[in-house]
Design a protein around this ligand. Sequence first.
Ligand code: GDP
Ligand code: IMO
Ligand code: MG
Length: 431
Amino acid sequence: MPVTVVVGCQFGDEGKGKIVDYLARGADWVARYGGGANAGHTVQIGRETFVLHLLPSGILTPRPKCVIGHGVVADPVYLLEEMDLLVGRGVPVAGRLFISEGAHALLPYHPMIETLDGEDVRVGTTKRGIGPAYQDKVRRAGIRFYELLDPKRLRVRLEEHAARLETLYRGVGKTPPAPIDQLFAGWISTYSQVADRLRPLVVDTVELLNSALRRGEKILGEGAQGTFLDIDLGTYPYVTSSNTTAGGAATGLGLPPSSLRKVIGVCKAYATRVGEGPFPTELSAGAADALREKGSEFGATTGRPRRVGWCDLVQLRYAARVNGVTSLIITKLDILSGMPQLEIATAYDTPGGRTTAHPVDTEVLARSKPVYESAPGWLEPVSGVRRYGELPAAARSYLDRFEAAAECPISMVSVGSARSAIMTVPPRGRR
Ligand code: GDP
Ligand code: IMO
Ligand code: MG
């Protein structure tokens, strides 16, 4: 059974949580492959709303087992809190959640380091310590979960990190919030308790998932963030610190790239971004307000107002190519009802001329002006529509533009945050 990966085609917050929750009922495994608690995946079930930051969205469906892969940087304390919160709300977690031994622990000094050098402000990060945790991983100094569970090894490794933290504070002439030896003693006591609780969940998830793959079980890879926040393929340096694109599922879970045969690209019917960095189709402050309010575009992790803009087919074309998207799911189509005219970016005017290719140089991107084509909007609400053929003609031709840019079919359209607010899209010849 090939692996299916769900990726965001924009700057994150495309509605991946809702889509993974929807697809989870047909999966045996749902596995998060990257990022950390910077993600905020919202799932609405009946009257209840769940915002998951670290746990895979599949946890809310009884059938699948869930995995946090080694590509994730996981805060062990936060992980337990999120588990406890779900258990308190009646979600069965015991026996269904596995954490990779190789996942890197995000520890209390990571958010401290992030604010020390101003990375948080420069990039507009979530301040969750994600960048410094991945920096530790890449400089080969990270603490992985197998070390977290071994008190002797953990003490030695935390000693190294405490010494470095002291040096870093001294280097910028600042004083830490408490003496470092006091912080260190606190870490030792916290993490020995945390380790005891986590021990039963921490396993070799590479072996677990590859064995499942060989048994023909269905694995769904859950991406966090979006294509344009990918450390290699996004709008560097205004990105997160991991590979958010489909390739990250192979490296972040240890699944062979050849097994990733279905890639579902989730794309909002318009665009949003949280944090700094270029956003070619961004609406001006006044014009953005109505769409932001209507779409409730406020960060699920930080509560920050999201920047909003028109749909950008230059980005969608790129996202479809670099992820190898095999089908698209368009979300939040309902939010565009009532707008008489929509703008669609089909190319950029860059200092070097007109292009339909996403510029690699972020300065060039920042200076690019989108070339818009206008499309008729539709006034009627679509949140109650469950059959593709019953969508207004203008909405269907708007969606056609997404398919043409991505060069792949739209398989589903979401028209509300509820589980049921979604419709399948028949193949082209049968619409
Ligand atoms: P994620 O990070 O990609 O999982 O997305 P978020 O959960 O951060 O943000 C998406 C928001 O849109 C959430 O509040 C969802 O409940 C909501 N949502 C998802 N799909 C739809 C949809 O089709 N229509 C509407 N109105 N809301 C949606
Ligand atoms: P989900 O999974 C939207 C953004 C931050 C910042 C940049 C780097 O919900 O789609 P970081 O804290 O990761 O170092 O911040 O990335 N960012 C997100 N934006 N959705 C997310 O996740 C994000 N995770 C990080 O706003 O611009
Ligand atoms: Mg989100």
